[in-house]
Design a protein around this ligand. Structure first.
Ligand SMILES: Nc1ncnc2c1ncn2[C@@H]1O[C@H](COP(=O)(O)OP(=O)(O)OP(=O)(O)O)[C@@H](O)[C@H]1O
Length: 316
């Protein structure tokens, strides 16, 4: 497997002025990223999450060559991000949800054309990638609209396209679905899912919308106070906090002797089981109950488990 992103002891400190007494302010050094180790292989779809101020954007800025690390080292596509920033720019795509890489007064089509010249993309490759994005992201309706007149959802689709036209190996996405309505969110997620399924592009995604992560990322890196506090699958996070699937049976009438292991709710009309492994044996037992009206399987809630992780970290 090829490692496309590697960071060791990555650290970024900022000097900030803080209040010290009624009138005095003093300088203090804060570590926004406090020693992050990360290895990402080609084709991975990595969710990089954490509470507000955890250091996600700062990490991404160091990996994309926008910020110089205070300590540690990073390589992306074999390049050191800041000194080799220009070469790196040809190999990566970046979407910062809050900022635009498009020309505000130009129609989307012209922005795409300018990017082709800037990145010196062969015309045929550019046309093929644009065709794919136009199809998957439904761009045709607003290709001739100036960027400033686009809705947020339309602009985000344009941003994604702009980030991909030069055929990057790694795509960094900082909150790509922020502020989008459910339909646009689905369009962006399904586009990214298609992109990731190809296995050629590596995705690093930061978001506060955990549905993005559930839909797209098998691996989750959680940072808090600038440090990695979880690196593994979503399932591993559930296992760490003991969250389990629930099988819920709604009954027409209470049963005299509830099956073993059931928690009885709703005046005896609801039976709830938590299951560790396959749910089939529990479902089979419930299916035999004559009073069974409905059966639901509830997956462990990612919001809940991530909240527990954030809360467990406390103050630095
Ligand atoms: N240029 C800067 N100068 C001083 N402090 C900064 C600067 N940029 C970021 N910070 C601080 O570094 C910490 C991490 O910020 P960062 O933007 O990386 O967090 P984040 O995880 O992306 O947060 P959010 O989810 O709110 O976007 C915060 O405490 C922030 O105030």
């Amino acid at each position: 497997m090829t490692v496309v992103i590697e960071a060791r002891g990555l650290r970024k400190e900022f000097t900030v002025r803080v209040k010290a007494g009624r009138l005095r302010r003093e300088k203090r050094v804060v570590a926004a990223v406090a020693g992050v180790d990360l290895r990402v292989e080609r084709g991975e779809m990595l969710g990089y999450i954490g509470p507000n101020g955890a250091g996600k954007s700062t990490t991404l800025k160091m990996l994309t060559g926008i910020l110089t690390p205070s300590a540690g080292e990073a390589r992306v596509c074999g390049l050191v991000p800041v000194p080799q920033r220009t070469r790196l720019a040809r190999r990566i795509g970046v979407v910062f949800g809050q900022r635009s890489q498009l020309w505000w007064d130009l129609p989307l089509r012209d922005s795409f054309d300018l990017l082709r010249h800037i990145y010196r993309v062969p015309a045929a490759d550019h046309a093929a990638r644009l065709r794919r994005c136009r199809g998957l992201l439904d761009l045709d309706e607003f290709m001739d609209t100036p960027v400033r007149q686009l809705s947020l959802g339309q602009r985000m689709r344009g941003e994604l396209t702009a980030a991909l036209l030069h055929g990057p190996e790694v795509l960094f996405l900082d909150e790509p679905t922020i502020g989008l309505d459910v339909v646009s969110k689905q369009a962006v997620r399904s586009f990214l899912s298609d992109l990731g399924a190809g296995g050629d592009v590596t995705l690093v995604l930061t978001t506060h919308d955990l549905a993005d992560i559930e839909r797209l990322c098998r691996r989750l890196v959680v940072i808090d106070h600038g440090r990695v506090v979880h690196d593994g699958s979503i399932e591993a996070l559930h296992a760490r906090y003991g969250s389990r699937r629930r099988v819920v049976a709604d009954l027409d009438e209470p049963v005299a002797a509830p099956p073993e292991g059931a928690v009885v709710e709703a005046d005896g009309r609801r039976l709830v089981f938590t299951v560790d492994g396959p749910a089939a044996p529990v479902i089979a037992r419930l299916a035999a109950l004559p009073a069974l009206r409905d059966l639901t399987i509830e997956e462990p809630d990612i919001e809940e488990v991530v909240t527990r992780l954030y809360l467990s970290q406390g103050a630095p």
